[in-house]
Ligand binder design. Sequence first.
Ligand SMILES: Nc1ncnc2c1ncn2[C@@H]1O[C@H](COP(=O)(O)OP(=O)(O)O)[C@@H](O)[C@H]1O
Ligand SMILES: [Mg+2]
Length: 374
Amino acid sequence: MRVRQRYASETQLGSSFHHTSRTQKEGAGRGEFDTGARSIYICTQSEPDAFGSDPTRGTGPPHGMCARGSPFLFSALSNMTVLTVCNHKGGTGKTTSVIHIAAALGLSGQQVLVFDLDPQGFLTSTLDVNEPPPEESIAAFFDPDLDPGQIRLHEASGFDLVPSSSTLTRRMRRLNKPTDVLWVREALGELSLDYDLVVFDTAAAVTVYSLNALVACDHVLIPVLPEYQAVIGAEQTFQTAGMVHKKLNPAMQSRLMLFTQVDGRKRVHQTYREYIRGKYGASHVMDTEIRTSTSLTQAHDEGETVFDHDPNARGARDYANAVDELWTRMHSDAGPDEASESVKSDQTPPEPGSSPSDGDGTDSYAPSPPVSSR
Ligand SMILES: Nc1ncnc2c1ncn2[C@@H]1O[C@H](COP(=O)(O)OP(=O)(O)O)[C@@H](O)[C@H]1O
Ligand SMILES: [Mg+2]
């Protein structure tokens, strides 16, 4: 088990170093992180040639998050990927997903940077990071008088974090020009960051900030709690992201839904999972599902990731499998997201209670969701 050393060091975003987390540098060699259904190798610098080092990255740790038996699955990275996690509805698992995607990839040796773009800063506070002055936070992206290169990075649990700032709420009133959706894309372009993955957590609303994250990203992940309101929010988010793809971000490659907090005993969850899978198809819905896990809730309450809290917990296994699938999808050669034609747009979500078996109760048993076969 690796030792957590959170926030031991701070660097500036503009320094453009390869930010290797201290936990990886000081890890006890290559360890096997047992996730149950699959295993992830944690590759550290003490065995630099375990999976072959990348000459373009100097002496940094090798890439190597890998499903067992396929050690090079994740090793062929050349460019930074930008992922935006978004759903206009709250409580659907956005922040939890961002933290655990970043942590899983960080544990496997990927360099991950998370931006907390929610003005309420729940991700920042969940990780026990104090709100920094605006010039050292994500707010520096949206103020011409501030330099994004001066943003201070915080080391979180295997990844780097740019915290949120409550000044985003005030600043939003002045961000009303059409070009104000371009701040993040321009800042990322100027900074030349050296990360494998950049992830944006966003608020539960369509704001100039979530639009900025959609304009700047390669992929959109929409966590969906399979219940009526969250499904409505997910569908609206899917449409918003599609519009951004058409008008502002032709480079967007995929919009993916990820079921979270799935309770296999709730018939209503089964109903909405079937509806979403039937309407959007396999190209837009992840095979892997995140089940309800008390370990995720406990880890959240303790400001930890589930990988720190209980790496064998259901939540750890599900997020490891989800990241495995997500990474494969993000690095497939699918090209720009043109698959919206395949969406059956005439279908509408079942009203709550519209079917006799659609109660919220746990009276009828439905099997646990399948684990990704990817
Ligand atoms: N799979 C899960 N199992 C149990 N609780 C979860 C799960 N995912 C998220 N939660 C809990 O649900 C609440 C909302 O999750 P959060 O990620 O903050 O949602 P959002 O960012 O979309 O508002 C949090 O208390 C979190 O701990
Ligand atoms: Mg959140």
